[in-house]
Ligand binder design. Structure first.
Ligand code: CTP
Ligand code: MG
Length: 234
């Protein structure tokens, strides 16, 4: 039976899922790669649909997979599926154009963060609802970070050590007032890897909430092994 979304929710979640997954290696688009027998996108959408604030979900799928993704997700949750673009930012813009009228809060959430708990989706939405125009989940940086003069890896020279205490790793979902995200995408020039970056460029404040280890992005083959282990606690 298809789960229902909350008709009284005030949040639309855009799920960019149109990437090739090149860093994961051969095996087709990343969102359709299997984790414990189910596509990453199914894991991700099930968790998004379980967040009580969510009224609508728009997925940006690989252009060749739009009908396959529609069929795949029909038993999971009511979703709108659009064709994504060549860059993540374009996929988000195309999904944003399909958001139903009357939604005040928009979250952008990578399909590749397939194990993100519904509680994180709620906490980002709550911070936007509380008045922040843009909100991102973050974690402290664990490694020591060096700035280098880029070159071939074995020849790179260290320019300095960055103060780790002021650095954060950024996750999704990233949350926005609807009008703020629309304006940020309309003004976007160069593609960025996150949407909050566009809002920063527009000079608006971006607030942080604590992220979750479970919201890790599945990027490299080792991440799939870690995600499979994390399935038991998520
Ligand atoms: N994404 C997208 N459209 C693109 C590129 C990326 O919708 N043109 C989505 C991906 O499907 C993913 C999220 O953006 O859910 C984060 O991107 P990333 O982890 O880089 O995924 P891929 O681009 O698929 O992976 P890679 O960069 O290794 O090819
Ligand atoms: Mg990518």
């Amino acid at each position: 039976m298809t789960a229902q979304l909350n008709a009284r929710g005030d949040v639309a979640v855009l799920v960019p899922a149109a990437g090739a997954g090149l860093r994961l290696g051969p095996g087709g688009p990343k969102a359709l790669r299997l984790l414990a027998g189910e596509p990453l996108l199914v894991h991700a959408i099930r968790r998004v649909a379980a967040a009580p604030s969510v009224r609508a979900i728009v997925v940006a799928a690989p252009a060749a997979e739009v009908s396959a993704v529609r069929e795949l997700l029909a038993p999971v949750a009511p979703v709108t599926v659009v064709a994504g673009g060549a860059e993540r930012q374009e996929s988000v813009s195309l999904a944003l154009a399909a958001v139903p009228a009357g939604v005040g809060i928009v979250l952008v959430h990578d399909a590749a963060r397939a194990l993100t708990p519904p509680e994180l989706i709620e906490s980002v939405a709550a911070a936007v609802r509380a008045g922040h125009p843009a909100v991102i989940p973050v974690l402290p940086v664990v490694d020591t970070i060096k700035e280098v003069r880029p070159g071939r890896a074995e020849l790179e020279v260290v320019l300095g050590t960055v103060d780790r205490a002021v650095l954060r790793s950024v996750q999704t979902p990233q949350g926005f007032r609807y009008d703020v995200l629309v304006a940020a995408h309309a003004a976007a020039a160069d593609p960025l890897t996150d949407d909050a970056g566009l809002v920063e460029k527009a000079g608006l404040p971006v607030a942080c909430v604590p992220g979750s280890e479970l919201a890790m992005k599945i990027t490299r083959p080792m991440d799939l092994i870690l995600a499979e282990a994390l399935l038991h606690v998520s």
